[in-house]
Unconditional design. Structure first.
Lengths: 304, 321
């Protein structure tokens, strides 16, 4: 316990207390100080900018089939064109919106569902704990892609259904993490002090414990987003994601039939998926580093 | 130990029943005609409809339907696929060994590389070699296996022509004995490689963390104080004490292999359980879909149970919880 507390003090940056904005700026500053965190932030910023300004960045209407089909990358078509003459660069730019929407939507959905379950189970213990954590285990049994595929098989695929299915499949990880944090923190002195001060249970759970539990949870949100993006891409690749959306995975599904003639139909959409997932994983790594200073910079290992 | 086995069994069996119950519950929620939902987009005659309704108790309330499904399951009846015109269990029994084979070969490649890279990385933490491997595994882990599969096919199979692009073997084969094995190995190489890159990088990341943990232990300092060489410490202390997490993760990953197989088998048209599931989903053959999903749930729960028991047998500290 004492080691844990020492760690908490070490990772705690007093500037975080100086109001939300300055605290946020300090956290970002710390992130940018880490190698992985800085790279992750840069990639995520790029993706967000591309998604927000897609109409300005994309040179063509992504659905317009006006170009020559399967033409290789050139200055007119940066990433080439697909079999129906659509510009692949423009498709990827618009696909960023889909991927980020699924990624962030599912991650925040899982955060809310998993966070609530974990909080209740960890704080109240007893029957609620058993029930909720067994429920989490139940939803964690099958691999994520199987759960999502099963849902899509039964109910068809639309954006919202897909989002729900992904949340359904990934919330237990978040729940277990928050649960572990609440189990750890509920026995600490500051919680006892808050109870003596007669603060309400909701106040203790949300205002006292939550700020102390939040850091590893944020890391998990980033990782969840990368899982969700991969799942949506996988479903698109199977030809089972929402047909009304432009998505990177769907481009790979179409590319299956043409990639031997035109490598660019497969290469660029796949690279886009990699970039997003790498960005989120780097971001998570950077966050981990500022939370746990033992992981920071100094060379370690086994000296010879 | 016996108490631990019983405790874990008491945990696993209700979980299995609950998972199957939720799956059947979801089947009930499908809008539209239940007979059609079961057989897929398939024209049905009135006699056929009556037979299916009777067989699966579709006119009875939900609890009775669930009960009859469980009774069928216990008799080894996973339902009948009207698309494939065969019992679902037959389909599963035919394709599951192929998925297991692919997974095993993938693991055989992934585990040695994962252990090697993880150990190198963990014993040189935050130095240049570690930075190289940490960044490489981070990027490799982000590559979707199905896209990696596409690229491997594109370069090694189509461009260089070194490997076949898909399938599990030639349609007609005269090979026998050793040359037959070689021929099969030729077909499994690319899918197993794509699978191994993904799993191997995961193993490497876990091994790195575990090695770093081990290096902080007191007995490493003792070993160094005794004047053991670097390689003697790694072989004698670090590897052995860092492997348990890897065993657990590899065990769980084996149970969940169907997840990866879904996409990988589709890329390479490897006729395993994953491809069967995707085909069934595309044909809206829900009997088969539900059968495979329930089979997968059983596989995951049984394998996780075995992994936990194995772990407890190896590490007595776990049993005393």
């Amino acid at each position: 316990m004492s080691g844990e507390r020492a760690l908490d003090q070490q990772s705690f940056d007093p500037r975080w207390l100086a109001g939300p904005w300055r605290g946020f700026r300090a956290a970002v500053g710390n992130m940018l100080g880490t190698r992985h965190g800085a790279a992750g932030c840069a990639i995520l910023l790029l993706l967000v900018v591309v998604a927000l300004f897609a109409p300005l960045i994309a040179p063509y209407d992504p659905l317009q089939q006006a170009q020559a089909s399967l033409s290789p990358p050139s200055w007119q078509n940066l990433f080439g064109t697909d079999n129906t003459g659509r510009d692949i660069f423009s498709l990827i730019v618009y696909g960023t919106r889909t991927s980020l929407a699924i990624g962030l939507g599912a991650a925040f959905g899982a955060l809310i569902v998993g966070g609530m379950v974990g909080m209740l189970a960890g704080y109240f213990r007893g029957a609620i704990e058993t029930l909720l954590m067994r429920l989490a285990e139940l939803f964690q049994t099958l691999p994520v892609i199987v759960v999502v595929l099963f849902t899509v098989a039964l109910f068809g695929s639309s954006f919202w259904l897909l989002l729900t299915a992904v949340i359904l499949a990934i919330w237990p990880v978040e729940a277990r993490l928050v649960y572990g944090q609440y189990i750890r923190l509920r026995g600490m002195d500051f919680v006892a002090a808050a109870k003596i001060a007669d603060l309400s249970t909701a106040h203790i759970m949300l205002r006292e414990i939550l700020p102390n539990a939040i850091q590893p949870v944020v890391v998990q949100v980033a990782l969840d987003a990368s899982v969700a993006i991969l799942i949506e891409a996988g479903l698109g690749f199977l030809g089972l994601s929402d047909p009304n959306m432009v998505s990177w995975g769907q481009l790979l599904y179409v590319a299956q039939d043409y990639m031997t003639l035109a490598w660019w139909t497969s290469f660029f959409p796949g690279a886009a998926i990699c970039l997003a997932v790498v960005g989120l994983n780097l971001f998570a790594d950077g966050l981990n580093e500022i939370i746990d200073p033992r992981m920071r910079g100094r060379a370690g290992g086994l000296q010879s | 130990m016996l108490r631990f086995v019983l405790f874990r069994l008491l945990h696993a069996i209700p979980l299995l029943i609950a998972v199957i119950f939720v799956i059947l519950l979801m089947l009930q929620l499908i809008p539209g005609d239940p007979v059609q939902a079961m057989v897929g987009d398939f024209p049905v005659s009135p006699e056929f409809r009556a037979a299916v309704t009777k067989q699966y108790h579709l006119d009875d309330p939900f609890p009775i339907r669930v009960y009859s499904y469980f009774v069928n399951l216990l008799h080894g009846d996973f339902g009948y696929s009207y698309q494939f015109q065969r019992p679902v269990l037959d389909l599963i029994a035919e394709s599951a060994p192929r998925t297991i084979l692919l997974t095993l070969v993938g693991f055989l490649i992934a585990i040695p590389f994962g252990v090697l890279i993880g150990t190198v990385s963990g014993t040189t933490r935050n130095r240049r070699i570690d930075h190289f491997w940490t960044s490489s595994t981070l990027i490799a882990y982000a590559i979707p296996t199905f896209w990696l599969g596409q690229l491997l096919v594109l370069v090694l199979a189509v461009h260089f022509g070194w490997f076949p692009t898909q399938g599990m073997g030639p349609l007609v084969s005269r090979a026998h004995g050793f040359s037959w094995i070689l021929e099969r190995a030729h077909y499994i190489a690319l899918p197993a490689l794509a699978f191994a890159v993904h799993e191997g990088t995961r193993f490497a990341r876990i091994m790195r963390a575990s090695v770093a943990d081990t290096l902080g232990q007191g007995y490493i300092i003792t070993a160094r104080a005794k004047g053991l060489t670097r390689s003697a410490i790694i072989r004698g202390h670090v590897l052995r004490n860092s492997s348990p997490p890897l065993v657990t993760v590899a065990g769980y990953a084996f149970g969940a292999a169907l997840g990866g197989a879904v996409l990988l088998e589709t890329v390479f048209t490897w006729p395993g359980l994953g491809l069967l599931l995707v085909q069934a989903v595309r044909m809206r053959d829900n009997m088969t879909v539900v059968g495979i999903v329930i089979f997968a749930a059983i596989a995951v729960i049984v394998i996780n149970l075995l992994v936990d028991l194995l772990y407890a047998a190896l590490d007595p500290r776990i049993r005393s919880r």
